[in-house]
Design a protein around this ligand. Structure first.
Ligand SMILES: NC(=O)c1ccc[n+]([C@@H]2O[C@H](COP(=O)([O-])OP(=O)(O)OC[C@H]3O[C@@H](n4cnc5c(N)ncnc54)[C@H](O)[C@@H]3O)[C@@H](O)[C@H]2O)c1
Length: 250
């Protein structure tokens, strides 16, 4: 039980095969109470109900809307009394070539992936500062480290590189307040993020470039999030942890 007595807020955590819900499950198994946030109220509630133990809750939170982020933090504080862990997992991908990305698509991807992460941090940091403790875990991507080449376009890569820079900057700024911030950089994990774009051909192409010869699982990313959320990583901050089957070794 690595998170007994701890509480966590996880964005984008209602997707049944997603990294957020896998992380929520593992955190709950380790004794944490979890706030499951996502775009759909009923899906978020259902995901929270499926977690082990009591006291979890689900609610709608569109991370693009600052007021939603603030409301989620307020609700978590009311229910839990404290927030120990924030996992910024909500994200979208978009496999477009650079000249196909119009303003709307650029804004959509940057707003959800980068602005959403920033806003959730801004909503949670005052409380974490007050208590002089907190762990923030942000989902970046191997695309940010190696210049795309997996699935998302350059705007996706830019958003995830932004998440990496943001993570390192807040880690430095918040370290005196005993708040840690780290990023996870997964390569291809077989979730529903590709939606209708998921074909056997695409999976085969992506996996053929992975030295371990397979896609990662959501549980394997959750394990890394658990390490970063728990005291096992108490002297780890500003780091980027690779979960990529060897597809980017640096
Ligand atoms: N799956 C991969 O291969 C992979 C690789 C690298 C990074 N990532 C990152 O991991 C994170 C989780 O990805 P996943 O594969 O579980 O995807 P997923 O599509 O299964 O889950 C993403 C969740 O985010 C939610 N979401 C989308 N927009 C939102 C918004 N505005 N506000 C709140 N929630 C919103 C969706 O409803 C969904 O539940 C994403 O940030 C993604 O970019 C995934």
């Amino acid at each position: 039980m690595l998170l007994k007595g701890r509480t966590a807020v996880i964005t984008g955590a209602a997707s049944p095969r997603g990294l957020g819900l896998a992380t929520a499950r593992l955190f709950a198994e380790h004794g944490a109470k979890v706030a499951v946030l996502d775009l759909d109220t009923e899906m978020a509630r259902e995901a929270a109900r499926s977690l082990k133990g009591r006291g979890h809750f689900g609610m709608k939170c569109d991370v693009v809307k600052m007021r939603d982020c603030e409301k989620a933090v307020e609700r978590a504080l009311k229910r839990f009394g404290q927030i120990d862990i924030l996992v910024n997992n909500a994200g979208v991908t978009s496999p477009k070539r650079v000249m196909e990305i119009d303003k709307t698509e650029y804004d959509r991807v940057l707003d959800i992936n980068l602005r959403g992460t920033f806003q959730m941090c801004q909503a949670a940091i005052p409380h974490m500062r007050e208590r002089k403790t907190g762990s923030i875990v942000n989902l970046s991507s191997v695309s940010a480290q190696r210049g795309g080449g997996v699935f998302g376009g350059s705007h996706y890569t830019a958003s995830k590189a932004g998440v990496l820079g943001l993570t390192k900057a807040i880690a430095r700024e918040l370290a005196p307040d005993n708040i840690r911030a780290n990023a996870i950089c997964p390569s291809f994990i077989d979730t529903d993020i590709l939606g209708s774009m998921r074909t056997d051909e695409i999976i085969e192409r992506i996996v053929s470039a992975v030295p371990m010869g397979r896609a990662g699982t959501a549980g394997e990313v959750a394990g890394c999030a658990l390490f970063l959320a728990s005291d096992l990583s108490s002297y780890v901050t500003g780091s980027e942890i690779d979960v990529n089957g060897g597809s980017h070794i640096h």
